[in-house]
Design a protein around this ligand. Structure first.
Ligand code: WTA
Length: 650
């Protein structure tokens, strides 16, 4: 670690901060020594209609059971809205910034209450009951947050599907959780282009029906007003239904362990998993991390640039900030529209204090040139955050110096869909920063590094990242498949939660996440399984076999490199390459667009037929000098062909 990359806490950060280093150390120590006492205290940060008497009841062994605050009752929507009304009913809850810079809206807590109650009644009138699954497929508009909160209010379980996913991907997620209700919009709008959400949804519902799951009602928000297909008796306009509905809807008392939402995420194998989060522990953890990690103070304007289709949008656009009575900014558009200064203009326009984004966006904007940033003031900024993938030190330094004018702390927050909230992160007033390090664990989080055999590594070391005890925001199960939950996360290193990430701990005890050690890709902060892309490729009738690996990409973090074996007699042409790219986009969505396709008559396999991905990764990285041992290959000659036809020559 060179001196230049160390950024000690500045006096002004410490002065403003809720937590200084001594407090961090003291709280952390109690949180792991006596989690019961620690979480008993912090569990009180939300309102409980029936107070809990039990705090923690968790086991990572055997069947794995995770329960927090298990006899308490509460309602997430009441905590995010109702309890703020007396004090801050007229405060802005959501600042909405449209794709077009001329479009914006401000919604107060009172207005949000009215909208959410009405929508809750629409759901109820259409037969949605406590425990039913509701799919939300929406652009970044306030109605997306209302939809989530309306589900929470009546005890329905939402499953938000990212608006960039294809009809097939949407259908798969509807079928898996047997959702019978859908909330969507006519179209989305991003970077001046429309996204045919209703049209995609119609296609998805046809696919789902063929697979035995029929969605009974579809509520459609009018966003662009362009004409869309309509099924009488099934589809209803949001504005009509909400206007007619009563604004009075009591919040359902929910047990702390009742499900709040399902969110599908990719793993190394198989279909995406329905990550299940429950009510009490999730909200306590999302709200608490939001407050301390971003050093959130009453009145701060807070902006997270994620999409509500991902967990970051759930915890840090909607639930965490609203539970804290914050003003949360929701942005419909993209960082480079109308031009590359959009983020910085929005920060000035709305006087944003806390800004939370992804390294991929920073790298893209860094490439555009500093003048887009320096032409803005950014004086309002107090904390900057990063999430979703490792941030390389160059991007970190640029974020720090150019965006933050070397006066604003950066919190590099490591976490996962499964963790519900941030687990490893600096705290602005407490943690000396190192460019590229997620630094130290949050309260109650006990990281451990292990080697491939599960041996515990002490001190400075490089290994696989596990967490040895539960925290309240942890996922509880894979929806409908608890066995898969146990297998995926607790069987590699029995008794520990295995994150799937590699990690280094330095001599100061700081954690440096090095990226996934399994077959999960992280492309522009979007998580996807190589297996999903492979199965999309082989569903094309000209493809016989496919193997997909990641390779380092300057802007996206990782690019998608596909090795494709064609059916006998099929010509490998550039036109076919384009066709396959389009096919994968259709099957999964644009986020899964292959960057490189290499036609390969054979793949390197062991004699037992297992594809040797290690070799494919090396070739994709153009590092074929270091292929290592290839003697176990069934046909070593395959490798020569792969090397000479590689698509990523430097
Ligand atoms: C990666 C997103 C390094 C990591 C919240 C993790 C990160 C996966 C960071 C989860 C970070 C997330 N530094 N890597 N600050 N944050 N990751 O489920 O590989 O979409 O396992 O959750 O993203 O992605 P997910």
């Amino acid at each position: 670690m060179t001196e230049a990359q160390l950024h000690p806490v500045q006096p002004e950060w410490k002065e403003r901060a809720l937590i200084d280093d001594a407090t961090y150390r003291a709280w952390y120590e109690t949180s792991v020594r006596d989690p019961e006492a620690f979480w008993n205290k912090h569990g009180q940060r939300i309102d409980w209609s029936k107070p809990f008497t039990k705090v923690k009841n968790t086991s990572f062994d055997g069947d794995v059971s995770i329960r927090w605050f298990e006899d308490g009752e509460t309602n997430v929507a009441a905590n995010c809205i109702d309890r703020h009304l007396a004090e801050r009913g007229d405060q802005v809850a959501i600042i909405w910034e449209g794709d077009d810079p001329k479009d914006d809206r401000k919604i107060t807590y009172r207005e949000m209450h009215d909208q959410v109650c009405r929508l809750s009644n629409v759901l109820k009138e259409n037969g949605v009951e406590k425990g039913d699954r509701v799919t939300i497929y929406m652009p970044m508009i306030p109605e997306a947050a209302y939809a989530m909160l309306a589900c929470a209010r009546i005890g329905a379980v939402h499953s938000v599907v990212f608006g960039g996913f294809s009809p097939d991907a949407l259908a798969g997620r509807i079928v898996d959780c047997q959702s019978t209700f859908l909330i969507t919009a006519d179209e989305g709008l991003r970077g001046g282009k429309t996204i045919p959400l209703k049209d995609n949804a119609d296609k998805a519902l046809d696919i789902a029906t063929r697979q035995g799951v029929t969605v009974r009602s579809v509520v459609v928000v009018k966003r662009t007003g362009n004409s869309v297909g309509w099924v009488e008796g099934r589809d209803l306009w949001y504005h009509d239904a909400v206007e007619k509905a009563s604004p009075d809807c009591p919040a359902e008392a929910m047990n702390a362990e009742d499900p709040l939402f399902i969110l599908y995420t990719s793993g190394s194998t198989g279909k995406p998993k329905g990550v299940l989060h429950t009510t009490g522990g999730y909200l306590v953890y999302a709200a608490m991390t939001h407050e301390y990690v971003f050093d959130y103070h009453d009145g701060d304007i807070y902006w997270c640039t994620a999409d509500v289709g991902w967990v970051t949008g759930h915890s840090y656009i909607v639930y965490g900030p609203l539970a804290n009575g914050a003003t949360t900014l929701m942005f419909e558009g993209v960082p480079n529209y109308p031009d590359q200064s959009r983020f910085w203009k929005i920060i000035d326009k709305h006087q944003v204090n806390i800004f939370y984004t992804a390294p991929t966006a920073l790298r893209a904007l860094m490439g555009a040139g500093d003048r887009y940033v320096t032409s803005s003031s950014r004086k309002s900024l107090k904390v900057l955050g990063s999430v979703g993938e490792p941030i390389n030190p160059e991007a970190w330094e640029w974020y720090y110096k150019v965006v933050g004018d070397s006066r604003v702390p950066i919190v590099d927050t490591w976490w996962q869909t499964e963790t519900g909230g941030i687990l490893i992160t600096p705290l602005p007033g407490a943690t000396d920063l190192k460019a590229g390090s997620a630094t130290r664990p949050f309260f109650g989080v006990q990281p451990q590094l292990v080697d491939a055999e599960g041996g515990v590594l002490e001190g400075a070391a490089d290994g696989n990242l596990c967490i040895v005890d539960s925290w309240p925001g942890q996922m509880r199960t894979v929806y409908g498949d608890h066995e898969r939950f146990v297998q995926t996360y607790f069987s590699t290193y029995p008794g520990k939660y295995f994150t799937g990430d590699g990690c280094r701990r330095d001599a100061d005890g700081y954690y440096w996440i090095t990226g996934r050690v399994d077959d999960v890709l992280n492309v522009s902060g979007h998580r996807m399984g190589t297996a999903e892309v492979e199965s999309a490729l082989v569903s094309h009738d000209k493809v016989s076999e496919a193997a997909v690996v990641g390779y380092p990409h300057d802007v996206k973090g990782q690019g998608i490199y596909c090795y494709v074996t064609l059916m006998n007699g099929v010509e490998p042409t550039d036109a076919l390459r384009k066709e396959l790219v389009a096919h994968v986009r259709r099957e999964i969505g644009a986020i899964a667009s292959p960057d490189k396709i290499q036609f390969s008559p054979g793949l390197p396999k062991t004699r037992s037929g297992k594809i040797m991905r290690r070799i494919l990764r090396k070739i994709a990285e153009d590092d074929y000098g270091a292929l290592g041992d290839t003697s176990t290959l069934a046909d070593p000659a395959v490798v020569d062909d792969l090397v000479s036809n590689r698509q990523n020559k430097k």
